[in-house]
Design a protein around this ligand. Structure first.
Ligand code: URP
Ligand code: ZN
Ligand code: ZN
Length: 457
């Protein structure tokens, strides 16, 4: 059998929609057009009445991340497989050295773990401390490994967080390389101080987690990160932005000509902080940083998305099992491993609650889920596009299907789903990864180790 032909679907791009067949062979798109003649024996995907998107890209995942005394529950195989089931065909994960650890040593560890991925993967390099050696190693991973984005955490002080002086060093070094700095924005010391006060007052339940990291703590740090990037004349990418205060800082900076890229995640668009009031420690499933915000912030984010002020909807996929991992913080919310799963649900949630609800157009959906992350992070047009020569990573989405999200049926390796019970309109019927049908009508046919490392420009 030679190749795969997707017959009769409607191709959707950020700018266009049209009916055409797509022929894939040798891992790439070979031809696009009406009624394509293809070699005998090509596998036929009947996409009649369905939508055809470029494979989704999730530029913010944490597979098998050692974090807060445990390791996130999806490894590179199970996590990328869950992604494929939901139409995500490439991820950009994070190499996160411990403070004081060589970037190269951490790189070798993450690269080796990721060999089991079943879809393509790249890495941002987190910089968790800074000196001349780190600067040299930033240059080295940029040149040797095609790592063109660096991550900093303004939170998690005392662990992987950096101070302002270190952040300036990272921004300057990345700028000299033409690389992009991405930042987790929360005022680390403010969070630490609020956490101490809450715990000292006996406020140790999961519902106090959001009180220790209010939106203004994020807004301050977002403004500061932008200010520091501005001092260096560099653009900056804000990861998992959640709130009005941060969006206000972004809008202000953009009005003044600063180039700020923004990412948010479905949980910040679709959930509100009432999730923390669930009984029986269930609120722990939603403990992530920044936390889920009070009602009001979600509308700000949807409006920003519609206005083109948010460039990427990623997941921050970082699952921890309730039964034996989240429970580590039973008596102290500051010890609950931060994070939740989402990679399988991202595309369907954004289609359902964005496109079908009329909040964003289908072109914006493709842009923020598939194309913009490829452009921002140096993968375009190999990824994020349906055009001849691009990688044959393609999603066929059937708008006539429906389903309900549940931990009982998801592919995430975790016992909770923060979107439990959410109704979904449409659904992925096929995911083509590297020219092969890797998901068909609920049947995952992924191959351990088939994913390739993505060098980026
Ligand atoms: O709670 C979260 N977000 N966990 C993953 C690490 C991070 O901050 O992105
Ligand atoms: Zn973060
Ligand atoms: Zn993250």
């Amino acid at each position: 059998m030679s190749g795969v032909v997707i017959r009769g679907g409607e191709i959707i791009t950020p700018l266009d929609r049209y009916h055409a067949d797509v022929y894939c062979d040798e891992g790439v798109i070979k031809a696009i057009g009406p009624d394509l003649d293809v070699p005998k024996g090509a596998e036929v995907v009947d996409a009649g009445g369905q939508l055809v998107f470029p494979g989704g890209i999730d530029a913010h995942t944490h597979m098998e991340l050692p974090f807060m005394g445990t390791v996130s529950a999806d490894d590179f195989f199970t996590g990328t497989a869950a992604g494929v089931a939901g139409g995500t065909t490439s991820i950009i994960d994070f190499i996160i050295p411990s403070r004081g650890q060589s970037l190269l040593e951490a790189r070798d560890f993450w690269m080796s773990n990721a060999e089991k991925a079943c879809a393509d993967y790249g890495f941002h390099m987190a910089v968790t401390w800074f000196n001349e050696q780190v600067e040299k190693e930033m240059r080295q991973v940029h040149h040797e490994d095609g790592i063109s984005s660096f991550k900093t955490f303004m939170a998690y002080i005392g662990a992987i967080g950096v101070d302002d002086d270190e952040l300036i060093g990272v921004i300057d070094t990345a700028g000299s390389l033409g690389a992009l700095v991405t930042t987790h924005c929360e005022h680390g010391l403010a969070v630490q101080s609020l956490q101490r006060k809450l715990v000292a007052a006996g406020k140790t339940a999961p519902k106090y987690h959001p009180q220790s990291r209010p939106s203004w703590v994020e807004g301050e740090a977002t403004n500061r990160a932008i200010t520091l990037a501005r001092c260096s004349g560099q653009p900056i990418y804000i990861v998992h932005l959640t709130c009005k205060e941060s969006m206000d800082a972004v809008i202000r900076a953009r009005q003044e000509g600063v180039m700020v890229f923004v990412e948010t995640c479905p949980q910040y668009l679709l959930l509100d902080d009432s999730v923390y009031d669930k009984p029986d420690f269930e609120g722990a499933a939603y403990v992530m940083s920044p936390p889920i915000r009070p009602l009001g912030h979600q509308e700000v984010l949807w409006n920003a998305l519609a206005a083109g002020l948010i460039h990427h909807v990623a997941t921050d996929h970082c699952p921890f099992r309730q039964a034996d991992q989240k429970v580590m913080g039973k008596d102290d919310f500051t010890k609950i491993p931060n994070g939740a799963a989402g990679i399988e649900n991202r595309m369907a949630l954004m289609y359902t609650y964005g496109v079908a609800k009329g909040r964003i157009s289908i072109h914006q959906f493709v842009d923020v889920c598939c194309t913009q992350p490829a452009k921002i992070f140096g993968l375009y047009p190999r990824k994020g596009a349906i055009r001849v020569g691009a990688d044959a990573d393609i999603v066929v989405y059937d708008p006539a299907r429906s389903s309900v999200i549940s931990a009982k049926t998801h592919h995430h390796h975790v016992d909770r789903n923060i979107f439990e019970g959410f109704a979904i309109e449409g659904g992925v019927s096929h995911t083509i990864v590297g020219g092969k049908v890797a998901f068909k009508d609920g049947d995952l046919r992924v191959e351990r180790g088939a994913g390739r490392y993505l060098r980026r420009t």
